[in-house]
Design a binder for this molecule. Structure first.
Ligand code: FO1
Length: 330
């Protein structure tokens, strides 16, 4: 192929589909996006995002993981938190505070614009997929950004200390400090795979399970009827990037979730490999966990050991390139 020819999806046999939750997933999604952009292949990427964290708050429909991925891919994200918009202010919240509202969930002024736009679109009868598509185009994102489904799904976290909590109450209000006994994804049984997710997962070139929380971020996506089924039947590799490095979660409560929900005595990359064993075939293991390679290979994975810590754009793109190279897609 000559340099000035544009590689199209079909040259590679289908989409590169990344399954992602919030901050950790968004980092790898950005690496994949940036790497593919350098090859003029950004349109090959479809990021399928968890919406179990969504909530109705102050009359607005908030889709935190979709927003985190959208802000990250468009370069708007707050680099310190990983969520929200860089340099955003909180004047609306201050005003709400004046009325005595308990501002336990931080909403920046610009970010509120996103929630207003989405909420209005949904009220007008658009689907979540359609509104997200409008927003990603407006922000100049070249790859597909797909909610896992259009129907509202609510992750309900049953905790030892406080009983059943809506996801953001568990995660933000109570700082993910409670012990999680079980999860339910309310509404997921009624959810249908969208045409866009179905299309992305039909003959994909690769499925990447981003380093997102396996229980809170990836499981809801796989709980959508037909999504797991479709992914289970793909003929391309399914690659897992471990969200647990050196026994700790890259971000959030994944390590404690592995103990209370997964029955693991210690959180480890091997424990992550057990979760996806028989479903995924490749595993990206951090160099600090290299001693677990053999045990993970025994679970029938092909293992790539590399530095998985994505501290800057260069490390994100490099990790993405290594994943794609390992699958002959770079
Ligand atoms: N995370 C926090 O820790 N505190 C917040 O107040 C908060 C507000 C928030 C608002 C909009 C948004 O898109 C994300 C927000 N997040 C906040 C992040 C979010 O709770 C989590 O990152 C995800 O739901 C978990 O993936």
């Amino acid at each position: 192929m000559s340099d000035n020819q544009t590689q199209t999806t079909s040259d590679y046999g289908g989409k590169i589909v990344a399954l992602a939750g919030g901050v950790g997933g968004a980092k790898l999604a950005l690496g994949l996006y940036r790497y593919l952009q350098t090859k003029n292949r950004a349109k090959e990427l479809a990021v399928v995002v968890n919406t179990g964290d969504d909530m109705e708050y102050l009359g607005l429909k908030i889709s935190p993981d979709l927003d985190t991925v959208m802000y990250t891919l468009s370069g708007l994200a707050n680099p310190t938190t990983g969520w929200g918009i860089q340099g955003d202010t909180a004047q609306a919240l201050q005003m709400l505070g004046n009325y005595g509202h308990n501002n336990w969930f931080w909403l920046g002024d610009k970010d509120i614009g996103t929630h207003l736009y989405r909420s209005q679109g949904l009220r007008e009868g658009k689907t979540l997929t359609q509104v997200t598509e409008e927003m990603r185009r407006a922000l100049g994102i070249e790859c597909e950004l797909l909610p896992m489904c259009n129907e509202p799904v609510q992750t309900i976290v049953e905790t030892e200390e406080a009983g059943k909590l809506a996801f953001q109450e568990y995660f933000v209000k109570r700082r993910a400090a409670d012990t999680v006994k079980s999860l339910t994804f309310e509404g997921v049984e009624q959810a249908e795979i969208t045409d866009e997710v179905c299309h992305a997962l039909t003959d994909p070139a690769l499925v990447v399970i981003c380093p997102s929380n396996p229980y809170l971020s990836i499981r809801p996506i796989l709980a959508v009827p037909q999504v797991r089924q479709l992914i289970s039947s793909v003929s391309c590799p399914i690659v897992v990037v471990s969200p647990i490095v050196g026994g700790n979660a890259l971000k959030g409560p994944a390590a404690s979730n592995m103990r209370s929900l997964g029955g693991e005595t210690e959180a480890s990359a091997l424990g992550v490999a057990r979760i996806y064993a028989g479903f995924a075939q490749r595993f990206i293991l951090d160099t600090v966990d290299a001693e677990q390679k053999g045990a993970i290979e025994e679970l029938a994975y092909k293992v790539l050991v590399t530095n998985t810590i994505m501290k800057d754009d260069e490390s994100k793109t490099r990790l993405a390139q290594e994943i794609l190279e390992g699958c002959g897609l770079a």
